[in-house]
Structure formats: structure tokens, C-alpha cells
Design a protein around this ligand. Structure first.
Ligand SMILES: CC(C)(COP(=O)(O)OP(=O)(O)OC[C@H]1O[C@@H](n2cnc3c(N)ncnc32)[C@H](O)[C@@H]1OP(=O)(O)O)[C@@H](O)C(=O)NCCC(=O)NCCS
Length: 156
């Protein structure tokens, strides 16, 4: 599936959305690496991301403009809740609807598998991202505290 956003007046495609595949991983890692607001972990190795895409086929997305990757987002579910990760747009392409379109794409893909709610982890200090999520309709869950355990640090 490929979707195009069209400039309102110019009539030319602005960006295309399509499911992320293993071939997109190097470009996605380049986009995500060092981007303020995002945290990469050992599980974000090429092998780890490839495993994630295999486990959640068709749920993650890339946005490209003339072949250049301008946005990427991971999405998956555990059979109960959906999760989005690493939703990011290249700085020169922000505020053009890419982030919202990718999130809608992922949420719809997860919902099509029968999942009724999606969650996102936002770094505590990432106020811009929080404003983005709120603006597109996501709600804070102040009564929930994230906790973790790390049995395999090398893959965490
Ligand atoms: C967050 C991010 C993905 C948003 O992408 P984007 O392509 O700029 O977002 P969009 O253009 O689709 O914005 C959708 C709407 O949210 C609004 N919006 C975008 N960023 C916003 C912000 N920081 N604060 C308030 N509103 C914001 C837009 O104005 C737009 O509003 P509209 O549809 O009513 O006109 C992008 O800023 C980014 O990559 N940030 C760095 C990585 C990051 O922190 N990711 C989130 C990790 S949890």
C-alpha cells in the first residue's frame, strides 16, 4: 500500500507513505541517530529492527519525498495494546503533515488487527513531542508509571 499526500494547490505529491521494510532500516537509523527527543537502544540494531518488522509485518511506516526518507515510525502490538516508537520527521520537513499522517497510518494499521488502544513512551523532557501528541488527540496518562526490568542488557 502506498499513499500520497497532495499539495492543495500545486497538485504535486508532497510525500508517499508505505510500510517499512528491512530495506528501509539503514535510512531510518540515519534519521533517528542523534535526533534530539529520541533514544536508540541495543534493540535498535539492524538485526533487532528487522526482527521487529518481521514480528509486526505491515504496521510500521516510512515517508519518502522523491525517494528521500523524510519520516519513519515503528508500530506493533502484543495482541492487547498497540505501541508506537521512534516517530520522527527530518527537521526540514516538519509541520507539513508527515508526523500526523504516519501516526494515523500506524494507528489504523494496528486497529485493523483488532487492537483498541495505542500507547507511546515520550521522554520526560520532550515537551515539543508532548505538545504534538496532545495536538493530534492523544491524552496524557499521569496515573501510570513506566517500570522496567532488563534480563538481557545486550539486547535491551
Ligand atoms: C514530533 C514530530 C514527529 C512531529 O512531526 P511533524 O511532521 O512536524 O508533525 P505534523 O506536521 O504532522 O503536525 C501535525 C499537527 O501537529 C502540530 N504540531 C506539530 N508539532 C507540534 C509541536 N511541537 N507543538 C504543537 N503542535 C505541533 C502541527 O502544527 C499540526 O497541526 P495541524 O494538523 O492542526 O495543522 C517531529 O517534530 C519530530 O520528528 N520531532 C523529533 C522526534 C521526536 O521527538 N519524536 C517524538 C518521540 S515521542
Amino acid at each position: 500500500m502506498t499513499l500520497s499526500r497532495t499539495e492543495l494547490f500545486a497538485g504535486t505529491p508532497v510525500f508517499d507513505l508505505r510500510p517499512m521494510t528491512a530495506e528501509d532500516i539503514p535510512d531510518a537509523l540515519t534519521l533517528w541517530s542523534g535526533m534530539p527527543g529520541l533514544s536508540l537502544f541495543p534493540c535498535d540494531s539492524r538485526e533487532g529492527l528487522s526482527r521487529y518488522l518481521k514480528r509486526n509485518p505491515g504496521l510500521s511506516v516510512v515517508a519518502r519525498r522523491d525517494g528521500r526518507l523524510v519520516g519513519a515510525a515503528l508500530a506493533g502490538h502484543d495482541g492487547r495494546r498497540g505501541f508506537l516508537h521512534h516517530v520522527a520527521v527530518t527537521p526540514d520537513f516538519r509541520r507539513r503533515g508527515v508526523g500526523r499522517a504516519m501516526v494515523e497510518w500506524c494507528v489504523n494499521a494496528v486497529a485493523a488487527e483488532g487492537i483498541g488502544r495505542c500507547l507511546i513512551l515520550v521522554n520526560a523532557g520532550n515537551d515539543e513531542a508532548k505538545d504534538f501528541w496532545r495536538h493530534i488527540g492523544w491524552i496524557d496518562r499521569p496515573n501510570v508509571q513506566v517500570m522496567a526490568i532488563t534480563p538481557c542488557p545486550e539486547r535491551a
